[in-house]
Design a protein around this ligand. Structure first.
Ligand code: PLP
Length: 389
């Protein structure tokens, strides 16, 4: 794969030459099976299922087209599209551990990644432990003789803590440990962890890759041998299959990825600056705000950022938080992120033991800045902040 390949060449042309009937948009191969001309051809395909069209649970041309583009974007040898981001996480981590092994992960990783480690893999004798992750020395200190995987998410997507990817990758390599990162926030437009020594990159394609809040998908990218191992173990066994139509939706969304990301980034910078200067805002968690503690690292390993960040209101009164959230008209109250639309997700709506919201969660609010005009979004936020003065 040519790593310097122009991004639009990847997004718009790669794998799309000579389409049937000179079609511009690639067809959706909505088929569950592929047939063979002969006994021998059938036998040959089954000997190497990872590289043949046999059954759509394994490979499908529409699915593979997305994989080819994502591998190129992530500077990976190969990629595998799966049914969701959660499937990407579970397939990639599970493929590299067995009973008695240990996974070291970042404390604030995506909640279902943590659940995989704490509630699921523990049932099969896989241990896990967590570090804050801001200092690479924490990883070195927490590595155990049985550590097989280091699981990263940089930045973490509620608290926006970064890991030094180059340093952590070097530590892991020294100990023969596989590194896996969730790169959903930055996307390959702004961060290429494989260039920094990380082994496996995964995404919730539901977010920016799809970009339209209409498809759920995940993707795993890395070395040929690693992706093949994941294919032959977890992927084919657990069956988190990407549907061809879903793959086509992701393909359609990806055509505008390089246009959308800079808009999310520029708008987020403006809105974080507005919030940081507002008297009712306590703090803003976004790696590219001027005074962010890890800004230097952010600028070293990322070329830009996306539209998702958190902030804290200067209150611990959940009623004020409720009023703020309910006054907004443009920000939709919803989970997830990465689409064209702006969203708000207050921490306080989560489920907490005994119904008691921890103090640090009451006023922690996550915003996704979509593609709307910044002026309209600032107006909306101003009205909501005025409502809690
Ligand atoms: N990774 C991150 C950072 C996420 O926020 C999410 C979902 O919100 C996922 C992974 C899981 O992705 P999916 O919802 O596509 O399973």
């Amino acid at each position: 794969m040519n790593q310097q390949q122009d991004i639009t060449d990847i997004l718009h042309h790669m794998g799309e030459h000579d389409l049937p009937f000179n079609a511009v948009s690639p067809p959706i191969f909505q088929t569950s099976i592929f047939c063979f001309k002969s006994f021998d051809a059938f036998k040959e395909a089954l000997e190497d299922e990872a590289n043949h069209f046999i059954y759509t649970r394994g490979n499908n041309p529409t699915v593979n087209l997305v994989e080819e583009k994502i591998a190129a974007l992530e500077h990976a040898e190969r990629a595998k599209l799966v049914a969701s981001g959660a499937a990407a996480i579970s397939a990639s981590v599970t493929a590299f551990v067995k009973k008695g092994d240990h996974v070291l992960a970042v404390q604030d990783c995506y909640s279902w990644a943590k659940s995989l480690l704490v509630n699921y893999l523990s049932r099969f004798g896989v241990e896990s432990s967590f570090v804050d992750g801001c200092d690479p020395a924490e990883f070195e200190a927490a590595i155990r003789p049985n550590t097989k995987v280091i699981y990263l998410e940089s930045p973490t997507t509620f608290t926006f803590k970064l890991q030094n990817l180059k340093a952590v990758a070097a530590i892991a390599k020294k100990h023969g440990i596989k590194t896996i990162i969730d790169n959903t926030w930055c996307t390959p437009i702004y961060q290429n962890p494989i260039d920094l020594g990380i082994d496996i990159v995964l995404h919730s394609a539901t977010k920016y890759l799809g970009g339209n809040s209409d498809a759920v998908a995940g993707v795993i990218a890395g070395k040929e041998a690693d992706i093949r191992h994941i294919f032959e173990t977890e992927f084919m066994t657990m069956g988190a299959v990407p549907d061809p139509f879903m793959a086509w939706l992701i393909l359609r969304g990806m055509r505008t990825l390089h246009i959308r990301l800079p808009v999310h980034f520029e708008s987020a910078k403006k809105i974080t600056a507005f919030l940081a200067a507002h008297p009712l805002v306590e703090s803003v968690l976004y790696p590219f705000t001027p005074d962010y503690p890890q800004r230097e690292l952010a600028e070293t390993q990322m070329r830009g950022g996306s539209g998702l960040f958190s902030f804290r209101l200067k209150t611990r009164d959940v009623n004020k938080v409720r009023t703020f959230v309910d006054t907004l008209t443009l920000f939709k109250r919803a989970v997830s992120w990465g689409g064209y639309e702006s969203l708000i997700s207050p921490s306080a709506v989560g489920n907490f033991p005994d119904g008691i919201i921890p103090d640090d969660k009451v006023s922690l609010i996550r915003l996704h800045i979509g593609l709307e005009s910044v002026e309209s979004l600032v107006e909306d936020l101003t009205r909501a902040l005025d409502a809690i003065r």
